[in-house]
Ligand binder design. Structure first.
Ligand SMILES: *Cc1c(COP(=O)(O)O)cnc(C)c1O
Length: 370
């Protein structure tokens, strides 16, 4: 094997993603590559669509994995649904809300942000007030803000938008398969996720789902979607059309991995998977509390899969991360933007969210801090 690959050591991935990958998924990737139009591969594609609908809580026909990481899913949702001059409201309280504004702005939308302090959730009252003042073509929000560890109230925001002409767009990159999400019940029109957070696949695919309302908007566009690769009106020809016409070559082996990962999650049972995330989170917070460490986010808004831990006074946060990595083979994340140097981000995503991993992390952190 190429020598650099021989030198890769296994890490306990407890950062903001990627998360630990189960053996069954590596085994899936190793299956022989077949053609992207092979009938057996088409059967795998169909199975993935069914699995994703179940996990996302949707009956949407257009529910497919986009080639590319979570950001490609973000780009797919905006590029297909924005027409120049559209009014877009982004509810923003972290890095990924800021990224949404950047993506939407590049597509010629008139973008407004309703901003909330990082580490606090989106306020539904403030959203209601803004929506009473102005109408928007699209309202977008991140469900699980990975940069801060905050859970945003996507159900209540969905109620505000219900029955309106506004498209409701939700980032479920970190939330999907970690906390409950019911796309149809929330009235979400466009949703994207990623594979390397709670789905525990290597990075490379982004599940996307769109409602009939979103598809109607796509169908009635005046101008072509300004990005050939992510144009859903063409991609559906391959994923769902009668003829399965070639658009771009599917990342075959990555799709094997996603199929295997979804199979593991659905076999364990989604409610069991959510409970496992909740238990690991409680175990982590209790252990940190014993060490005198505090969390950034108030209890009701905390995400189980992304824990923002305040760095104690006088501790050099980067040194701690570096020692965890080199001495204990554990990766955690740093704070971003205004939270740089102030927090550690401890991920309990997917396969990582297990008692033994939390024990190992707490033991290691204790040794480093002493
Ligand atoms: C990780 C992440 C993304 C971006 O995904 P990539 O796979 O890094 O492109 C977008 N949104 C959220 C909330 C994320 O956590």
């Amino acid at each position: 094997m190429a020598p650099l690959l021989d030198k890769i050591e296994e890490m306990l991935l407890m950062g903001p993603g990627p998360s630990c990958v189960p053996e069954a998924i590596y085994a899936a990737i190793r299956r022989p590559t077949i053609g992207h139009l092979d009938p057996h591969f088409i059967a795998i594609m169909d199975a993935i669509k069914t699995q994703l609908r179940e996990l996302i809580g949707t009956a949407n026909q257009l529910t497919i994995p986009i080639s590319g990481t979570g950001s490609a899913g973000m780009e797919t949702c905006f590029v297909n649904l924005i027409e120049p001059g559209n009014r877009v409201l982004v509810l923003s309280n972290g890095v990924f809300g800021v990224r949404m504004q950047d993506v939407a702005g590049r597509l010629g939308a008139s973008v407004e942000a309703l901003e909330f302090e990082w580490g606090t959730p989106v306020s539904v009252d403030q959203v209601a007030r803004r929506l009473a003042e102005r109408k928007y073509d699209i309202v977008a929000v991140v469900h699980a803000e990975t940069s801060t560890g905050v859970r945003n109230p996507i159900e209540d925001i969905g109620k505000l938008l219900s029955g309106s002409g506004t498209i409701y767009l939700v980032d479920a990159v970190t939330s999907l398969a970690g906390i409950p999400i019911d796309m149809d019940a929330c009235g979400i029109d466009a949703l994207y996720s990623g594979t390397q957070k709670c789905i525990s696949c290597p990075p490379g695919l982004s599940p996307v789902s769109m409602s009939e309302k979103a598809l109607a908007k796509l169908k009635h566009r005046e101008l072509k979607v300004p990005n050939w690769y992510l144009d859903l009106s063409m991609i559906v020809g391959y994923w769902a059309g009668e003829k399965r016409s070639y658009h771009h070559t599917a990342p075959i082996n990555m799709l094997y991995a996603l199929h295997a990962a979804l199979d593991l999650i659905l076999a364990e049972g989604v409610s069991k998977v959510f409970e496992r995330h909740g238990r690991s989170h409680e175990q982590l917070v209790a252990g940190l509390d014993k060490m005198g460490l505090k969390m950034l986010v108030e209890r009701p808004y905390r995400l189980p899969m992304l824990n923002a831990v305040l760095v104690p006074e006088g501790v050099q946060e980067a040194v701690v991360r570096e020692r965890l990595r080199t001495e204990f083979h554990i990766e955690i994340g740093a704070g971003l933007g205004p939270l740089a140097g102030k927090i550690w981000r401890v991920g309990l995503m997917g396969h990582t969210a297990r008692q033994t991993n939390v024990d190992r992390f707490l033991d290691s952190l204790k040794k480093v801090l002493n």
